[in-house]
Design a binder for this molecule. Structure first.
Ligand code: BG6
Length: 421
């Protein structure tokens, strides 16, 4: 195995220069079809080359861009297209946009990106679950009390207010990143690492999500918007002050989710994400059940597996351990077992780096298939529409906090707590 000490040691001036020489810039305004002529001129001598188009725009423009590329005969059998999420704003608009793109590219040429799938720690979920015997018999409702996923950010919506305001946290983070994480944590073992084998299993999870009924909507969903507060000692504006307009777009979401299948029957998955929270923190907590009977006098904490991908990439298993000493009665304490190689030995890959390499290699494993995108919209649409009817009222939270109090009570009502640092 090659061990990298740090990225500076990897940097090779000569190779970097050669790479730079291969980069050509060409300006196109996709609202002005004739500007595609510039791209045609750039590419005209290379009809059969493999071309990858990356649409990092709002999905409203995908059709227009496809049409112009097609009019200028820039799309061939060897072309691939990368589509940024979120595709559409709901199931119907997503279907429509996908159909439009499918008029120009075949499904196997379309790569729907979700950059969370490019994160090493996220891919490591597959390694952790399916290559370690010790976790295999424990990964189910009999042994796991619940799972928590937190994707919190201290940044606000910055210069993206107009865009974000159309989408909100549900469409920006839950429908894609959080749903994909739930899939990887909950899926059955795929028969191989074949792209479709993995995606088939993820799809089954999405199709097994229990719809949140209107009567449960208030207890199982929280939506909120940040107001002015303080982060790291600095005062920050509220969402509406940032946007200078009224809006009922949520910047925070918390959900209690159930997956109705044999493995997960009645095991809650609590997920939360928000902007302008106290810190940026991305982590998954697998909370195991208590031992059936304790022979010890002091309380034994149930085991917990904490998979963190920001700020540190780490996996920690909390176990009970005897406090060394000569006490008459045995005393226990919780200790953390670090499951990672020292970070200094590992080169940190950027999620996009991995995904772009995969599209060049024509490997769609870490990209979302159309049916996954549709299934995720189908489930989130029901919540969004209940929210539009104000079934779960919009709350506010102070910037620099961990969301509104109701997110704490969502778990407290079940006798559980969020894992905080
Ligand atoms: C993007 C969202 O997909 O993910 C952003 O559109 C969010 O709103 C970002 O800030 C978070 O990604 P990461 O990798 O920094 O956790």
């Amino acid at each position: 195995m090659k061990i990298f000490l740090n990225s500076e040691e990897l940097f090779d001036e000569e190779k970097s220069k050669k790479f730079e020489d291969l980069i050509k810039y060409c300006h196109i305004d996709f609202k002005e079809e004739k500007t595609f002529k510039n791209l045609e001129n750039l590419l005209k001598n290379n009809q059969n080359e493999e071309r990858i188009f990356y649409f990092s725009t709002s999905s409203d423009f995908y059709e227009t861009i496809c049409k112009s590329l097609n009019d200028y005969k820039l799309i061939s059998e060897n072309s691939r297209v990368v589509l940024e999420k979120p595709i559409g704003k709901d199931l119907d608009s997503s279907k429509e946009i996908n159909e439009k793109v499918l008029g120009y590219f075949k499904e196997e040429q379309i790569y729907r990106i979700d950059h969370y799938l490019g994160k090493d720690t996220v891919q490591n979920l597959l390694a952790l679950r399916f290559s370690n015997k010790m976790f295999v018999p424990l990964w189910d409702a009999n042994n796991i009390d619940h799972i928590q996923i937190t994707l919190s950010e201290s940044v606000g919506v910055e210069s993206r207010w107009e865009f974000y305001n159309e989408y909100g946290a549900m469409r920006d983070m839950v429908q894609n990143h959080l749903m994909q994480l739930v899939c990887l944590l909950a899926m059955e073992p795929p028969h191989s690492l074949d792209p479709n084998a993995i995606r088939d299993e993820k799809l089954k999870v999405l199709n097994s999500l229990r719809n949140i009924e209107e009567k449960d909507m208030k207890d199982h969903t929280v939506r909120a918007q940040y107001v002015a507060g303080t982060i790291d000692g600095k005062e920050v504006q509220g969402y509406l002050d940032d946007g200078k307009s009224t809006s009922d777009t949520e910047t925070f979401v918390a959900l209690k989710i159930f997956i109705d299948n044999f493995r997960w029957s009645n095991t809650p998955f609590y997920i939360r994400t928000g902007k302008r929270m106290s810190s940026k923190n991305s982590e998954i907590v697998i909370q195991f059940k208590s031992i059936p009977y304790s022979i010890f006098d002091n309380y034994t904490m149930p085991n917990k597996l904490v998979i963190s991908f920001y700020p540190d990439e780490s996996i920690t298993l909390n176990l009970m351990h005897k406090i060394p000493g000569l006490d008459e009665k045995m005393k226990l304490q919780e200790v953390s077992l670090e499951l990672n190689p020292p970070r200094s030995f590992v080169r940190k890959n950027e999620a996009y780096e991995r995904l772009l390499l995969d599209v060049i290699r024509a490997n769609p494993t870490l990209y979302m298939r159309l049916d996954e995108v549709k299934a995720a919209w189908k489930w989130t649409d029901k919540i969004i529409s209940a929210w539009q009817n104000n079934i779960t009222p919009m709350e506010t939270y102070k910037a620099g906090t961990n969301g509104p109090n109701s997110v704490v009570s969502m778990m407290a009502k079940d006798g559980r707590v969020w894992h905080e640092h």
